[in-house]
Design a protein around this ligand. Structure first.
Ligand code: NAP
Length: 219
């Protein structure tokens, strides 16, 4: 299948949390890593996140800390829970915003969002509630999106890994421990150590207090 190259990028604590129990995650990583993230964004055609990340963080998902083009912003949002006041809705002139939703999401809200410049990909969800990621990325590929940076949250990262659609992981490891919180990767259905996903280490770098860990996913 012709599909975009997919990088999963997330910042986690030493104990594998991308957010605290209340959903707060600003800022797990340090300023140097955040600049690195913006560079990574500029190298991709699109950034993809789940709607809960938008609800919790209200991110802009633009390139601001380095020079570079703004990638398109893609949000998976089955029921259109995204607020009209979200940053990625308010500034559609800075970067394109594409929402992936289902046919049953409210038509009126879709219209209001469309009036603000938002584009849509409408696909059915499975019985389990998921929209097939393969279908999403195939449509994006046809739109000219050849490189996607998946920036979270946990459910989205887990879905991409489970579907075998991730090519590379860029993990920012922060010298913090949270204990209970939101895990970077949820259940992948792996039941023993033999089943563990194997990565091929590409690079490790230190940026400020953080470690940047870059690895490819073996197939
Ligand atoms: N440290 C970091 O690098 C980092 C990065 C990003 C986010 N975060 C944190 O992560 C937390 C959010 O993570 P999360 O796991 O709760 O949520 P999430 O992954 O951001 O969003 C999950 C939601 O997206 C929709 N969705 C995702 N994949 C789908 C699919 N394949 N099919 C259908 N719907 C899909 C579903 O919502 P619907 O069912 O409503 O459509 C799902 O509940 C926040 O606390 C945020 O601060 C941390």
């Amino acid at each position: 299948m012709k599909r975009p190259y997919i990088t999963l990028k997330f910042a986690q604590t030493l104990d594998g949390r991308i957010a605290a129990g209340d959903g707060s995650s600003k800022w797990i990583s340090g300023p140097e890593s955040r600049k690195f993230t913006h560079k990574l964004r500029a190298e991709n055609d699109a950034i993809l996140v789940g709607v809960r990340t938008v609800l919790k963080d209200d991110p802009s998902l633009t390139v601001r800390l380095v020079r570079g083009k703004n990638p398109a912003r893609i949000i998976i949002d089955r029921r259109l829970r995204i607020p009209l006041t979200a940053r990625i809705i308010k500034d559609t002139s800075t970067a394109k915003t594409i929402i992936v939703t289902t046919p049953s999401s409210p038509g009126r809200k879709r219209k209001r969002l469309r009036n603000r410049g938002v584009e849509f990909i409408v696909l059915p969800a499975s019985k389990g509630g998921n929209i097939d990621l393969r279908r999403i990325i195939r449509i994006l590929y046809k739109k000219g999106i050849k490189r996607i940076l998946v920036e979270g949250g946990s459910r989205v990262i887990t879905s991409f890994l489970k579907a075998g659609l991730a090519d590379r992981i860029v993990m920012i490891l922060s010298p913090r421990i949270l204990g209970k919180g939101i895990e970077s990767v949820g259940d992948l259905g792996i039941r023993n150590i033999k089943g563990a996903l194997r990565l091929r280490l590409k690079d490790i770098r230190r940026l400020g207090e953080d470690i940047i860990y870059i690895a490819y996913i073996s197939r």
